[in-house]
Design a protein around this ligand. Structure first.
Ligand SMILES: [Zn+2]
Length: 491
């Protein structure tokens, strides 16, 4: 991982209470922080070595790692879930700290079959292990990404603007008034206790801050003083605890996803759920959701979150237009899209997908283009007789000869069982029957539930905050009562 580049960031520290008052940050640092919002949830798990600390997300990721590839449409589907791309990958190439360079290699794969090379239209894909759309062979010829995104004027924010950032990651334009209001909020009356500290931010520090932003309300203080326990000083985030995402299941006949829960009728403790491929596709797709989109879906109720990453999201939403390169770049943070071919069409939480890209090279064919380093070498005339070649992105979910319309990752007629913290395995009656229960079997009931948009939001929220995802999504605490399960008694 490249860590050669770093940014100097000025921290203002309250030495008495050992906490960060604010940081004075240039656009390069703010760009790095805002880039967190473009990361797919699966990438966050990958970057933090499966220790994101977010609810049951690490467990879901591990379940995909363990899943037999035979249950997936193509081998590439696993790679798409475990190493999802970001539609903003090109922009993120220009970040000053290269903390995600490993996530989005500047490579694409094409076919090396001589018949395909001789064609003027050629397939490529970002995922490895994809079969060629023409000949069906594995596309294993590596090419460099053509071109580069413009790095004029910053990545997301306007590089002529200076920013300050609070301990809990609220970002604002640097101004004396904003500085004073933070002093007031933190009740700082004596400037002599304040000290300036300059910290070099590189890859390691960026990842550390990413993790803290997900699990701590005082991300910057914990970054500076990892051993200090911070007292909560007035929650500045706007939370709306009254709003419960409940919503009765609306019948959306063709899009309906149903699962069967087996639970303790006394306390709604979920033993496991029995699900089909549609629920797995729905659930696994969350790994491809960019963090900004996930926060957008949950922005009506962020109160369960431990971290302060949502403040970053709210800042991006409320900051003046002057702060951004343009509204297009603000949208990349607030409503980031999925890369081409990532969308699962039946998903209740719709995310837009960027169109697949075509590009044309001239004067050479794939085999004449050096894949060594970033620079493409043009050999003219091409010894293979190609003067112009069009590259079309191939759908990595399509096996040869099978069109993909659903966007599904999983294709299996089997049933699967999912535990409450998202351990997933193909249904085995013996292991289901042998599941340890800490309640009498006479209390076990079966309940069918369907997923509408509101339930999909509850599941996403529970995925990010809870170790009991199914119970919390389907039986949220406020309505959790002894008698409220009208399931079918099994015994
Ligand atoms: Zn081929």
């Amino acid at each position: 991982m490249s860590s050669s580049s770093s940014i100097k960031v000025k921290f203002l520290i309250d030495t008495e209470r050992k906490r960060v008052v604010f940081v004075e940050a240039g656009s390069a640092f703010v760009d790095v922080l805002f880039s967190f919002l473009t990361l797919p949830l699966g990438s966050i798990v990958q970057l933090l070595s499966q220790r994101s600390g977010l609810g049951s997300l690490d467990n879901l990721y591990e379940s995909v790692v363990q899943l037999d590839a035979a249950h997936l449409r193509t081998e590439a589907c696993k790679e798409m879930l475990l190493h999802p791309r970001s539609a903003a990958a090109r922009q993120c190439e220009n970040l000053k700290i290269k903390y995600i360079s490993e996530l989005y290699p500047v490579l694409l794969y094409t076919c090396s079959d001589s018949g395909c090379v001789a064609q003027t239209t050629y397939y490529y894909e970002y995922a490895s292990k994809v079969s060629c759309g023409s000949c069906g062979n594995l596309m294993d010829f590596k090419l460099c990404w053509p071109g580069k995104a413009s790095d004029q004027g910053g990545v997301f924010v306007n590089d002529t603007v200076d920013f300050i950032m609070t301990d809990d990651l609220r970002v604002m334009q640097s101004s004396f008034a904003n500085g004073l209001s933070i002093f007031k909020e933190l009740q700082i009356k004596d400037a002599s206790i304040l000290e300036e500290r300059v910290i070099d931010f590189g890859t390691k520090e960026a990842l550390d801050l990413l993790k803290r932003s997900l699990i701590s309300k005082n991300a910057l203080t914990e970054f500076c003083f990892p051993d200090v326990c911070v007292e909560a000083s007035g929650d500045s985030s706007s939370s709306n605890k009254d709003e419960i995402v409940a919503g009765e299941a609306e019948a959306e006949a063709e899009n309906e996803i149903i699962l069967e829960l087996f639970l303790n009728q006394r306390n709604n403790e979920v033993l496991y759920a029995e699900v089909g491929e549609d629920f797995l596709n729905f659930l696994f797709s969350f790994l491809t959701f960019p963090l900004g989109s996930a926060l957008g879906f949950l922005s009506h109720n962020i109160s369960p979150f431990d971290g302060c990453i949502h403040n970053l999201y709210s800042s991006a939403k409320s900051m003046s237009s002057v702060c951004f390169k343009s509204e297009v770049y603000r949208d990349m943070l607030l409503t980031p899209k999925l890369p081409a071919f990532y969308e699962y069409k039946k998903h209740m939480l719709k995310l837009k997908e960027v169109p697949s890209q075509e590009f044309i090279t001239s004067g050479s064919c794939a085999q004449c283009i050096s894949s060594n380093g970033r620079k493409r070498i043009k050999i003219s005339p091409c010894p293979h007789g190609i003067t112009e070649k069009k590259y079309i992105q191939h759908n990595p979910k399509s096996a040869k000869g099978v069109e993909d319309n659903s966007g599904a990752f999983v294709m299996s007629s089997k049933k699967f069982m999912i535990s409450d913290n998202l351990d997933i395995s193909p249904l085995s009656l013996i292991s289901a029957m042998r599941t340890e229960m800490d309640f009498p079997i006479s209390e076990l009931v079966r309940k069918k539930v369907s997923i509408d948009r509101a339930k999909a939001q509850s599941l996403l929220s529970a995925l990010l905050v809870s170790k009991k995802v199914l119970a919390d999504a389907f039986f949220p605490k406020p309505i959790q009562k002894k008698q409220n399960v009208d399931g079918v008694a099994l015994f």
